[in-house]
Design a protein around this ligand. Structure first.
Ligand code: PLP
Length: 382
């Protein structure tokens, strides 16, 4: 098997699994319990949270642990004040993951346009911010095309608006949220440098366990609890802590940090190899992309059929976000960057990762070329 779909899921690193195991078997205690072994578990949990927080330049108390990125994204929207005017109180990038898009739409949010290269249209953002805007949500790395958004520039636009509001005596909050689910293993993230108030993290995309995520919350953002009960996570997310999950998340973060530069170089090299050995495609994410994403368009060919044919040859790729692919709906991301329906239908996403090696990259290029050539031949004779 040659797995080229690491943006959809990554396997748990064996070193991650190893540190998690004791918290399932022997150190299984509820961190809130009063006896000593439970207190040790509570302490280990806090240390793990601090490791995750330090990796983005934050403190343990700034993080709310969640059951994945979807939940963290939803929780970010609880920062809206109860009197938020529904129209224009939320702005979100039109290429956001559905876990942002859908909740933003529920709050009457407006989409900010992207340019053809997938980057935010800053003029559109400036035009759409009104005195009612409370929250702007822009992911750091897009999950379908890998484009890295200029968050620091967006934060600077927001700072200017806040300054202007202050001068006019307007008290309405204006927060910047970023879904960094796809970013943590290849970008050096610092929340202060990026100027974000809320940031979503996801263990499942960095060789950690699925169903574990976190929301970074700056002191400016005031959230409403998602669940009520035992008051865990500063009262914002009641429920017994997922200790093994968080221990694993912290180890995955540590490994990601340690190998960040090496991995970036490795994926950038493999990306170049693939782009030079593959034939007859148009590259969709030419610039501003994270190193492990390649989006190819084979004009006139049905990419869904290619996914199926490639699977038969042991190569696993995707036509876009796994969830969109499973619903058979047209990618809103590719539509937003102005691709035609035919181009969208012919687009394949390859996302490289730790299950790959250089041999696999050459093999994958050869297999994809062969499958595409055979498919072209079939269409010619049809
Ligand atoms: N945000 C982005 C950018 C993603 O890629 C994903 C997962 O595909 C999510 C959010 C949702 O993550 P989860 O399914 O772990 O909640």
């Amino acid at each position: 098997m040659i797995y080229l779909d690491h943006a959809a899921a990554t396997p748990v690193d064996s070193r991650v699994l190893q540190v998690m195991e004791p918290y399932f078997l022997t150190d299984f205690f509820n961190p809130s319990a009063a006896y000593l072994p439970a207190k040790k578990v509570a302490a280990d949990y806090t240390v793990a949270k601090a490791t995750i927080a330090h990796a983005i330049g934050a403190k343990s108390s700034d993080l709310v642990i969640t059951a994945g990125a979807t939940e963290a994204n939803n929780l970010a929207f609880s920062s809206l004040s109860s009197d938020a005017a529904t129209q224009a109180s939320v702005l979100y990038l039109e290429t956001e993951h559905d876990s942002v898009r859908q909740v933003a739409k529920k709050h009457g949010g407006q989409a900010v346009k992207v340019l053809k290269n997938g980057l935010i249209d800053l003029d559109d953002l400036k035009a759409k911010i009104t005195d009612d805007t409370e929250l702007v949500s822009v992911s750091l790395v897009n999950n379908e095309i890998g484009v890295i958004q200029p968050l620091a520039e967006i934060a600077s636009v927001i700072r200017e608006v806040k300054f202007d509001r202050l001068k006019r005596g307007l008290k309405r909050q204006l927060l910047l949220h970023s879904d960094a689910s796809q970013a943590l293993n290849l970008l050096d993230i610092n929340v202060a440098r990026l100027g974000v108030d809320l940031m979503t993290l996801n263990a499942a995309k960095i060789y950690g366990p699925k169903g574990v995520g976190a929301l970074y919350v700056s002191h400016e953002a005031k959230l409403q609890p998602l669940t009520y009960g035992g008051g865990q996570e500063n009262g914002l997310r009641s429920g017994t802590e997922n200790v093994p999950g968080v221990i694993g998340f912290a180890k995955a973060v540590e490994l990601a940090k340690e190998h960040l530069n090496g991995n970036r170089k490795k994926y950038a090299t493999w990306r170049k190899v693939l782009l030079s050995e593959l034939q007859g495609y148009e590259l969709i994410n030419k610039k501003h992309s994270i190193d492990n994403f390649i989006v190819l368009c084979y004009n006139g060919i049905d990419a869904e059929r290619l996914v199926f044919l490639l699977e038969n040859e042991g190569v696993y790729v995707s036509t876009g976000a796994a969830c969109a692919a499973s619903k058979g709906v047209k990618s809103h991301v590719l539509a937003a960057i102005d691709l035609s329906d035919a181009e969208i239908a012919g687009s394949l996403r390859l996302s490289l990762g730790e299950t790959n090696d250089e041999d696999q990259i050459h093999q994958a290029a050869r297999i994809i070329n062969d499958v595409v050539a055979a498919e072209k031949e079939r269409l010619k004779n049809a």
